[in-house]
Design a protein around this ligand. Sequence first.
Ligand code: FO1
Length: 348
Amino acid sequence: MSARAEIKVLSDLWKIDVTDFIRELRAMIVALAGGVGAAKFLRGLVEAMPPEELTIISNTGDDIELFGLHISPDIDIVAYTLSGLVDEERGWGLQDDTFHGLTMLQRYGEANWFNLGDRDLATHLLRTQKIRQGHGLTAITAELCAALGIASRILPMCDEPVPSLVRTPAGLFHFQEYLVQRGGEEEVLEIIYQDVEHATPAPGLLEILAEAEAILICPSNPIISVGTILAVPGVRQAVQQSTAPVVAISPIIQGATLKGPADKMLRGLGFEVSAYGTAQYYGDLLDGFIIDTLDASLQPRIEDLGMRVEVTNTIMQTLADKVALARTTLTLARTCRRDVCGHPGKRI
Ligand code: FO1
């Protein structure tokens, strides 16, 4: 019996009002998300569905400690975007922020390759203080998001630090050092999800995946953003075993990424640098896959991998683009539902 049905039986028995409880368990759309690309998509998604029915599972492999502060770039990018505070042009940080703190650090001769804005620092200060007080990242994120007025739930993938490391011909670097400090141009030889095998999924995360109505994989870096989430023990299996349709959007268009090093990472791990290579990377996790109109010729090859493919515009320049992509993704998920879908995918 599902949790929802169980609660109904108990509430009838005890004659108590469990409306709030049921609301908590309401069918959920779950999105696995990285940073900038995911945030753009999610901005459209919260217009296309009730935002309070959306749970976002955020990658924390990009998290880094600088000057004693715990920085969670992907959580912040999504939170700032959904609260309308993000610097739209950069895709990260806060709009109208200044960087006087960073200039002062430079004056002291400190490295200033990671641009921490003055107002952005408030988030990192508060998060770090709460971690030192013994609170978990999940609880802290919920508190910060509530203060920002975000109706959707943002869950870090886990509470423990699990830094993603990138090996290049020049050595082994934290992902942010590889991307921001070194420019993200070097050949990628290996990706290491450090300590992930000792991590525990965030409280409630596995249950949310099990109860999901649809699982959407945002147009994020499949390896360093989504791959990290899937590497947390139990998460990949939970996605695989969920009865919900799993639909991803390709972050690769015409063999390149709009932003970030996903192309170098796919190449480094031996995958074709294309929407096809991305679909192959996710493999039998997927029931549906969305590719850009410019990649329409790849549709038959990707369908041969055993998933439905929808071809549409995935370049999100305007809010209308974001909403349209979100609607197409939700529609594809609906057609991939177990009871609707007729393709020979894993759940039929
Ligand atoms: N990205 C950059 O390319 N340069 C930066 O200096 C930078 C600073 C930064 C500060 C706070 C934050 O939340 C994100 C920041 N990002 C910066 C974005 C971040 O490095 C990546 O885009 C994500 O980790 C990838 O998802």
